[in-house]
Structures are given as structure tokens and as C-alpha cells.
Design a protein around this ligand. Sequence first.
Ligand code: SAH
Ligand code: SF4
Length: 380
Amino acid sequence: MSAMTTAPIPLIGLIPAELKSALIASGVPEKAAPMRMRQLWNWIYVHGTRDFAGMTNLAKDFRAHAEEHFSLALPEIVTEQVSTDGTRKWLLKSGGQEFETVFIPETERGTLCISSQVGCTLNCRFCHTGTQKLVRNLTAAEIVGQVMVARDRIGDWPGDTGKNAGESRRITNVVLMGMGEPLYNFDNVKAAVSIIADGDALAFSKRRVTLSTSGVVPMIQRAGAEIASSLAISLHAVRDGIRDVLVPINKKYPIAELLEACRTYPGVTNARRITFEYVMLKGVNYSLAEARELVQIIKGIPAKINLIPFNAWPGSPYECSEWEQIEKFAEIVNRAGYASPVRTPRGRDIMAACGQLKSESLKARASDRYAEMASAQVGK
Ligand code: SAH
Ligand code: SF4
């Protein structure tokens, strides 16, 4: 055995080929590596086992080897908040950065909303995360880790005590709708989704994993072919002039190009529709004429429209449109043959609702930026 000590290699987030290579590099004979890989994979992702000692069917000497060479580190929980409506938000920390994950329990399902970046390079005007610069992409480990931490905290592993054998999982759906633009972190998101959706790992069906994008058109085709999750598009406006302001990436990839990418999204069918997200902003994008235009422009795309009441945040420049108007808008869309569910705001009291996420480390950056802006003003 070598006398050199190296830092343990984190295993969570490695795809199978990487895990196998890590085993071989650590000294596991090549012939034994595939079996060891499958055993570890099963303990880590099916059982949620958090230490090598608990992996009881592994030979003792291999457990000792694993303890010496590998780690099963997950993001640490900085805070956990529970809303009056049962929504839970975790502020997680990993690699010196903080990011948020939200669990939204409903009667028939439970949705976990995960982040793909710390901050965001885009700056959609109505989004809290968008007020910040991108700090960095999350790694595949940090993306998968969010699902694992959530399962830990709500006791959602198959063997957890208090859970009946046949009882269904509490987290039934995973949505990449937290902080960040997932298609700007393509490789890590792809690796993470492959683990989340692997039937021998976290085992969510790809249908129940939804990637939401602001409209990174050149990556949409690849996302369909290589990630193959369900797709949600942050549309939010039917005219380029308004969308240019709300979702500035529209200046690069206008509505017509975005919808064309949706039309040709691999695997889209009536059974697997694209979700268009549409945030209802008072006086901005909410007229009934726009509802009628909406159903015109998406004609031919198997779709549903998710209307999102705007969630305010400190300093946000918009107001949510009246409930009555949202209902009228929904009715027009619905009559044209598209499901138009209105997303119930959840966890607003703990700033956990759509578009409200922003981590403490980013707040520090925000104040730096405001300080910069203020001094620039003074210097004028
Ligand atoms: N960056 C990706 C995914 C994260 S945002 C995207 O933009 O699609 C998840 C969803 O929340 C998007 O549809 C986004 O437009 C919406 N959203 C952002 N801020 C919001 C707010 N303040 N109120 C309601 N929805 C918001
Ligand atoms: Fe980024 Fe999405 Fe927020 Fe836009 S809505 S700023 S793309 S996180």
C-alpha cells in the first residue's frame, strides 16, 4: 500500500463509468471493479446508506479500503425552514457556496425543486435569483445531493423507519426550477439527471423530472436527445417587445425561434407535452388579447400552460395580477384546448415560492453591488 495520503474522492455524483474508473484508480482490480461499482451504486442510491460501515454485504477489507479512499459527502444543511403550508426550504452549502432546495408537498404528489447554479447569468426582471451575478455552476454531486438531502430530511428512503412497506414516496417529482439556468450547466445537469432517473439509482421516471429553461434555444434539441426529461419553457410573454424586457435572453433567441425548438423537441407528444410557464404580471403581460395570441402562437405544439401568480420579493418591480384576471386568462387558454393550471403559490412566507430563491452568500454580493452602484453615482 502506498504511504502517500490523498484526499478521499467523493463518490456521489459520479456516473457509473466514472465510479468504475475511481475504483480502479484506488487499486481495486479491474476484474472486480464492475461488481464493486454496482454494489456501491445500490447502497448509495437505492438505500441511501451514508457510511461504508453500513454496507453490510461488502467484504470487510473492501469496506476499509472504501473508507480510506472515498467519501460520501453531501451538501451540508445551513438552515431548514418550514412554511405554514408545509413547504420546506433548505439552504445548503457545498464548496464554500450556498444554494436552495424546496420541497412542496401536495395531497397526490410531492415536488422537489432543485437548483442548478449559484445565482444566474441571466437577469429576468421579475426573478429574485436574476438580480445576482452567477457565482458558479453546481456540480453533478451538488445537484444529485439536493435530492438525497431532501430524502434524508423527510425520511423518504425505502428503509426509513415509520414508512410502511407499500407506501409511496413523498417526493414524486423533481423540477429543475430553483436557482439558475440548467441549460447553461448542461454537462453537470445531464449527469445529475441520469442518476436521478436511473431505475437502479434514485429511480424517478424521466417524465417526472422537469427541466425548466428561460429559452437557451441552441441547447434545447440536445437536451431532448441527451437529457430527455420533461421540458418547461419560461415563456411569460407572447410579443418579443415585452419578452425582451422580462426575459432578456429573448433578444438573442426570439419567440419564433424558441417555439420552433419546441416543435422539434425530441419525444414531444400529446402524452408528453411541453409546459409553458407564464407569470401573471399586473398591467404587463396579462390581457385577454394576449391569452388569445398565446394559443395562436403555440398552435401545433403538444402543450399545457402553467399560469404562475407572480411572487413578490423585496424591491421587485412588479405586482401580481388580480386573481379574477388570472382565471379569465386561464379560461381562454383552456377553451382553446390547452390545460391551464394556475400554480398555487407555496411557501411565500419563507421566500420559497417560484422566483424568490436567493442565498445569503448572494445577498452579500448584492450589497457589494449596490455599494458599487452607489459609489459610481456619487462619483458622477
Ligand atoms: N432558470 C430557469 C429555471 C428556474 S426559474 C427558468 O428561467 O426557466 C423557475 C420558474 O420560476 C421560471 O418559469 C421563472 O420564470 C419563474 N419565476 C421567476 N421569478 C418568479 C417570480 N418572482 N414569481 C413567479 N415566478 C417566477
Ligand atoms: Fe435565471 Fe430563470 Fe431567474 Fe431568469 S427566471 S434570472 S433564467 S433563474
